[in-house]
Ligand binder design. Structure first.
Ligand code: IMP
Ligand code: MG
Length: 178
């Protein structure tokens, strides 16, 4: 697995420090509220599980699965809900937990979807952002790191369902997905 990585972009330590900071910020901002953290499967799963350990206020968690990607490295632009949340989010504060914003089409769709559900608020939290790849306007309320327009894997992010278990984030060698 390690041999398929061209370069490590973010080390385990850098990620852990940032995730702790975001968790503390969320704890402050949502003081006296019980937000629902909605993790977008599968990429957001490590981020959510690390992040929630640094949140010191009551929270609920839920999961949603959408498809916008096949096993390719380009966004299809088509977003479909494969698994919806279980919790009733009416009048709740929803915080969407996503691994990476690429074109932004996935988050835009999910954001609109929740906004139409009578929620108290919807905010976005993403570990990574590729600002050069945006195809739609999007405000990320909590962001870990900006990365270039390269395909990255690890810490939840996959290529063809692999590499999610790497504890760091790296750029995959081009020959792997060509
Ligand atoms: P968007 O709709 O183009 O913003 O796509 C977002 C989704 O595509 C993310 O939730 C990821 O699952 C996936 N994705 C985008 N860029 C990468 C990448 O560099 N590595 C792995 N997955 C990615
Ligand atoms: Mg994703």
């Amino acid at each position: 697995m390690k041999n398929d990585i061209e370069k490590i972009l973010l080390t385990k330590e850098e990620i852990q420090d940032k995730v702790k900071m975001i968790g503390e910020q969320i704890s402050q901002d949502y003081k006296d509220k019980t937000p629902v953290l909605v993790c977008i499967l599968k990429g957001g799963v490590i981020f959510l599980s690390d992040l929630m350990k640094h949140i010191s206020i009551p929270i609920n968690i839920d999961f949603m699965s959408v498809s916008s990607y096949g096993d390719s490295t380009k966004s299809s632009g088509v977003v479909k809900i494969k698994k919806d949340i279980d919790i009733d989010i009416s009048n709740r504060h929803v915080l969407i937990i996503e691994d990476i914003v690429d074109s932004g089409l996935t988050l835009k769709y999910i954001n609109n979807y929740f906004t139409n559900h009578n929620v108290a608020s919807v905010k976005l939290c993403a570990l990574l952002d590729k600002p050069e790849a945006h195809k739609s306007d999007l405000d990320i309320d909590y962001l870990g790191f900006e990365v270039g327009n390269e395909f990255v894997v690890g810490y939840g992010l996959d290529y063809a369902q692999e590499y999610r278990n790497l504890p760091y984030i790296g750029i995959l060698k081009k020959e792997i997905y060509k």
